[in-house]
Ligand binder design. Structure first.
Ligand SMILES: NC(=O)c1ccc[n+]([C@@H]2O[C@H](COP(=O)([O-])OP(=O)(O)OC[C@H]3O[C@@H](n4cnc5c(N)ncnc54)[C@H](O)[C@@H]3O)[C@@H](O)[C@H]2O)c1
Length: 444
């Protein structure tokens, strides 16, 4: 780089990093970094805040802190709906990262509103609550001018997707960097396989298949929770602790898990489906502890070029399991998740890649520190919408058009967020929640 270019680069970086701060609050002085106005991009300490301190959030904070070889970084604030979740995460992170974790009591925030204060203290925020809250938190982070890493899915309904798409546009205008936890996009074998397929290795792609067939994930039973906490839980607290089984906060497993596989096919097609039809239900996993979601969905998605993606996701024990993506073309086929191409251009990935959960943070922080354009929010939102479209198809039993789905005004979220506020789905006298009824349930 020539000297003039280097100077211009320094100015750009100083302006860029200066713009991305904006610290307020009581612990301000202790956490202020990027306002100092001295160019030292590689030495600028990036302050991070973690919103949602569960399993993945703690993992993402760990991976963000692991980027310290790119420049100084510190976790300065944490927010969780529940105090018990935050403390455990903080202790584990502090044990591993020592001084890089600096979250005194006045920078720990609880309840529904804590995220705003934590975001205000950071340069980069990690959004890792269950996905129902993501659009609200992402909108706030962008409003406050912060770089973001947010977990997938980024919404559970169409109004949420629209909110994320609008905030994504705003983020671009503000030159904010946004990473989304669809980590296959940062996995060397996937990147190489998709590139070869897009370059025509199997000819025209006619059909694709995507699966997340597995077992039931965790369940937090109301009776066990009430025993553990020694009190009755409000309906809101119960649904938030057992969040996997409620549509407003989880999206159903087609959205929460299967999004990864649907997203790979969208990536391959460089497009999103125009319509879907499907069927599903809750057949085996039935009972008061399993809320309102289905235990299986099978969906046929159609792309604008007429090609189809056939998708299955299932949470039933003792069945055929597969978490995979496949493509079939005029000259061969591919097992995308195994990085294998068969046919005229047979090939198998022989390289090695870094753990994609780490790689996605390395890439995001590289973009932040070097002012490289980086915004995964749009495809993250549209792949989330793909999974919601699939759910709409299985819940309704109808053909659902993308344009109708994404414009749906039906919000799954509660009207208000408070411990005594009521979610929209409530248990009947027998403790059971109603599930969608294909042929009757209205989705758009
Ligand atoms: N990319 C991946 O492979 C991957 C893997 C696992 C999970 N995830 C995603 O990460 C997200 C979190 O999943 P998890 O497994 O960590 O769940 P988790 O239940 O372990 O953690 C979620 C945390 O968010 C907190 N929370 C809930 N509502 C909140 C609110 N309004 N404000 C602040 N905190 C709130 C919870 O109390 C909990 O501590 C989900 O979107 C999930 O789909 C992604």
């Amino acid at each position: 780089m020539k000297k003039n270019d280097q100077m211009q680069d320094a100015v750009n970086r100083r302006t860029f990093l200066g713009q991305s701060s904006g610290v307020i609050g009581t612990s301000v002085l202790g956490s202020m970094a990027l306002n100092h106005g001295v160019f030292a991009a590689q030495n600028d300490e990036l302050k991070i805040a973690l919103i949602g301190c569960g399993g993945r959030g703690s993992g993402a904070a760990d991976q963000a802190l692991n980027t310290h070889d790119q420049g100084p970084i510190k976790l300065v604030a944490m927010a969780d709906a529940f105090e018990d979740r935050l403390e455990g995460s903080l202790n584990n992170l502090a044990r591993k990262h020592g001084d890089r974790v600096d979250v005194p009591e006045d920078r720990r925030f609880y309840g529904f509103e804590g995220y705003k204060k934590a975001i205000a203290l950071a340069d980069v925020v990690i959004l890792a609550t269950p996905p129902g809250f993501r659009p609200i938190h992402f909108e706030e982070a962008v409003k406050q001018g912060k770089h973001v890493f947010m977990e997938k899915p980024v919404a559970t309904d169409a109004p949420g997707v629209r909110k994320v798409l609008a905030a994504a546009e705003e983020a671009k205008k503000k030159n904010l960097k946004v990473g989304v936890g669809l980590q296959r996009h940062h996995q060397a074998g996937y990147i190489e396989t998709i590139k070869r397929l897009q370059d025509g290795a199997i000819g025209d792609i006619i059909t694709t298949r995507a699966y997340w067939n597995g077992n039931t994930p965790w369940v937090r039973k109301r009776a066990d929770l009430e025993k553990q906490y020694g009190r009755k839980l409000t309906e809101m607290e119960y649904q938030m602790r057992n969040w996997y089984y409620f549509v407003w906060i989880c999206g159903d497993h087609i959205t929460e898990q299967h999004i990864h596989n649907l997203d790979v096919i969208n990536w391959l097609k460089n497009d999103f489906p125009v319509r879907a039809n499907g069927m599903g239900g809750a057949e085996v996993r039935v009972g008061i502890d399993y809320g309102e979601i289905f235990d299986h969905h099978t969906v046929e998605f159609e792309y604008a070029d007429g090609s189809r993606m056939y998708s299955q996701c299932r949470h039933q024990v003792g069945c055929w399991n597969s978490v995979s993506e496949h493509a079939h073309g005029s000259k061969g086929s591919a097992e995308i998740n195994r990085y294998i191409i068969r046919g005229e251009n047979s090939w198998r990935f022989g390289g090695k890649g870094k753990n994609p959960y780490q790689q996605e943070h390395d890439d995001l922080f590289h973009a932040i520190r070097n002012n490289v354009a980086y915004n995964e929010a749009e495809y993250g939102a549209k792949s989330s919408m793909t999974s919601i479209l699939g759910r709409m198809a299985t819940y309704s039993g109808k053909v659902v058009e993308w344009k109708d789905a994404i414009n749906s005004q039906i919000s799954t979220l509660p009207e208000a967020f408070a411990w005594d506020a009521m979610p929209k789905s409530l248990p009947g006298p027998d403790g059971m929640y109603a599930t969608a009824v294909p042929g009757k349930t209205v989705v758009v």
